[in-house]
Design a protein around this ligand. Structure first.
Ligand SMILES: [Fe+2]
Ligand SMILES: [Fe+2]
Length: 305
């Protein structure tokens, strides 16, 4: 089957795309979660637990980390988990709008259309779940820097095609490896493990769709458009990753904020964790032709490569 989208692009891969979307819809029917019911919201926060795997802390491996008491370390990872979840909310709001715009007035009988709305519904539940989780961790509202908030406002209004779907993929992949570690870690507070488990399961479908859409949209893209969108995706990735750990977490965890920021910035262990978690993503971007020279500069600056 061949269909034409409102921008006039003939979609020659439609059968493949429909098969992927149908499989995703089937999977969603059998394994989707309602966080309101699944997550233990009732049990009060037990501060004997971490909020995230300590190895993922921005200070793990620094001399400051070694000087901190175990209580301080746990307090910090709880703020770090809340900060990552809050950045997740910010990006999920962006991606919901991009997907909704992308499917505006398209064929509702297409499984991809129905999948897109399913994904938006997932993200809506996720954001509420992250919001409740961050509040339960005792964290304030962590939002990206003003300039990033405004860049995001432009991006969610304008991005389309491979730029939108590759950026979605980057955000989802960066979170994925981290959350897989946290959900299995017995040092992490149980309700956060449940949240991460739900997110990992549901996001694996989103990532499949994002890869598929990125490849499809790129099939019709010329050299200049590819170069431009590769750069846009890399800048989005830089904005997302540098927003994950809000700088206020250190003061809120009762630490010397200036020293913590300095040591976190120079923390080679944390950079190595990020790089290794993004190996598969970089391979995909490379195979899709999105790892251009200009894009690589931003991935390097974000410690993703
Ligand atoms: Fe999500
Ligand atoms: Fe997602």
């Amino acid at each position: 089957m061949t269909s034409v989208d409102p921008r006039g692009r003939t979609d020659v891969f439609a059968p493949d795309r429909q098969a992927v979307a149908s499989a995703l819809l089937d999977s969603a029917r059998t394994s989707s979660y309602d966080p309101v019911e699944e997550v233990d919201w009732e049990t009060p926060l037990d501060t004997a637990y971490h909020g995230a795997s300590p190895e993922w802390s921005t200070l793990y491996g620094t001399s400051y980390w070694d000087e901190m008491t175990p209580e301080q370390q746990r307090e910090l990872t709880r703020h770090e988990a809340a900060s990552v979840a809050s950045t997740g909310i910010w990006f999920e709001m962006i991606l919901q709008q991009m997907v909704l715009r992308d499917f505006y007035a398209k064929d509702p009988t297409d499984p991809a259309f129905q999948w897109a709305l399913t994904e938006i519904a997932d993200e809506c539940r996720h954001s509420i779940m992250f919001a409740r989780g961050a509040a339960k961790l005792g964290a304030p509202a962590y939002r990206p820097r003003r300039v990033v908030v405004e860049l995001g406002r432009g991006f969610k209004t304008l991005a389309f095609g491979e730029a939108a779907y590759a950026a979605i993929l980057v955000a989802e992949e960066v979170l994925d490896v981290m959350q897989r570690d946290w959900m299995r870690d017995e040092r992490v507070v149980p309700f956060v493990r449940t949240i991460n488990n739900i997110h990992v399961v549901e996001e694996s479908r989103h990532m499949k769709f994002a890869r598929q859409e990125t490849k499809e949209r790129l099939a019709g893209a010329g050299w200049a458009r590819k170069q431009f969108n590769a750069l846009v995706v890399a800048i989005a990735a830089y904005a997302i990753v540098t927003s994950m750990w809000n700088e206020d977490i250190y003061a809120n965890a009762g630490l010397d904020a200036e020293r913590a920021r300095r040591e976190a910035k120079a923390n080679e262990h944390h950079k190595a964790m990020l790089r290794s978690s993004c190996a598969g993503l970089m391979e995909f971007l490379h195979s899709a032709g999105l790892l251009t020279r200009a894009a690589t500069v931003f991935y390097k600056r974000a410690n993703l490569i």
